[in-house]
Design a protein around this ligand. Structure first.
Ligand SMILES: NC(=O)c1ccc[n+]([C@@H]2O[C@H](COP(=O)([O-])OP(=O)(O)OC[C@H]3O[C@@H](n4cnc5c(N)ncnc54)[C@H](O)[C@@H]3O)[C@@H](O)[C@H]2O)c1
Length: 246
């Protein structure tokens, strides 16, 4: 089945850097018109990114009104939205549960989990109405395994997996597939903030002995976002170099 996305349209949240940007480059390279939603889009440079998005919008995915307005703007500009990649996310502080501030817990849940719900709620009706859609939610290995110190992040990402399965079954006969991916740590700018020891420990937990690249994550998401992913829904695509055992 074709991997060509000419004539298709996508919304990518958290799309102006990191994994979201890599997904944008991948989808645009296959002919897809891409809208990037990001809470902080000011630094976006199409020349540096290597593609020209159809839209770059300032959207906080945790803000119900902003998501609704952006969805209507995307549908007006793009005609319709075929693909939604829910990628926006934050880690939150690294603190044990006993010291984890409620405000930070709520902020991480609002962006990493409620944001996925809000974006799906805004764009799924259009997909169901047209009888076609592909949703890919970016969870994390942390949502399967649990990582000490980032309980809110783990809870949110586990929630994304459960939400993915529920929505997939709600729209299962509507031509809309809903899947999640669970990457391990990627080779991104975030590594600059980590000690070499922490990076080495992380690599040691991955049977393939290295971190994942943004291109590898984008390729998996790109498949799940394409017409080729026609009979797989409610699934969780592991991108962990053999680390995840379920
Ligand atoms: N980098 C990794 O190693 C890794 C591993 C597993 C999963 N993930 C997940 O992949 C996704 C992307 O991670 P990344 O490493 O590219 O992160 P990143 O911090 O480089 O990029 C995240 C993007 O999301 C945007 N964003 C943050 N809060 C937002 C909000 N409220 N509304 C809209 N946009 C917002 C940021 O401005 C940024 O552009 C996240 O969901 C993250 O949890 C990352």
């Amino acid at each position: 089945m074709s991997q060509d996305l000419a004539g298709q349209t996508a919304v990518i949240t958290g799309g102006v850097r990191g994994i979201g940007l890599g997904v944008g480059l991948h989808l645009a390279g296959r002919g897809c018109a891409v809208a990037l939603w990001d809470v902080d889009p000011d630094g976006f440079d199409p020349d540096a990114a290597g593609f020209a998005p159809a839209l770059v919008e300032r959207v906080d995915v945790a803000d119900e009104g902003a998501v609704t307005r952006a969805a209507r703007a995307a549908e007006a500009r793009l005609g319709h939205v075929d693909i939604l990649v829910n990628n926006a996310g934050i880690n939150g502080p690294v603190r044990p549960v006993a010291d984890y501030p409620l405000r930070e817990w709520e902020r991480v849940l609002a962006i990493d989990l409620t944001g996925v719900f809000l974006c799906c709620r805004a764009l799924v009706p259009g997909m169901v109405g047209r009888g076609y859609g592909r949703i890919v939610n970016v969870a994390s290995i942390a949502g399967k395994e649990g990582t000490p110190g980032v309980s809110a992040y783990c809870a949110a990402k586990a929630g994304v997996i459960g939400f993915t399965k529920a929505l997939a079954r709600e729209v299962v006969t509507a031509g809309v597939t809903v899947n999640a991916v669970t990457p391990v740590m990627a080779e991104t700018a975030i590594l600059a903030e980590m000690t070499p020891e922490h990076i080495a420990l992380t690599k040691a937990k991955i049977p393939m002995g290295r971190l994942v690249t943004v291109e590898e994550i984008a390729a998996t998401i790109g498949w799940a976002a394409s017409p080729a992913c026609s009979f797989t829904t409610g699934a969780v695509f592991d991108i962990s170099g053999g680390r995840a055992d379920y």
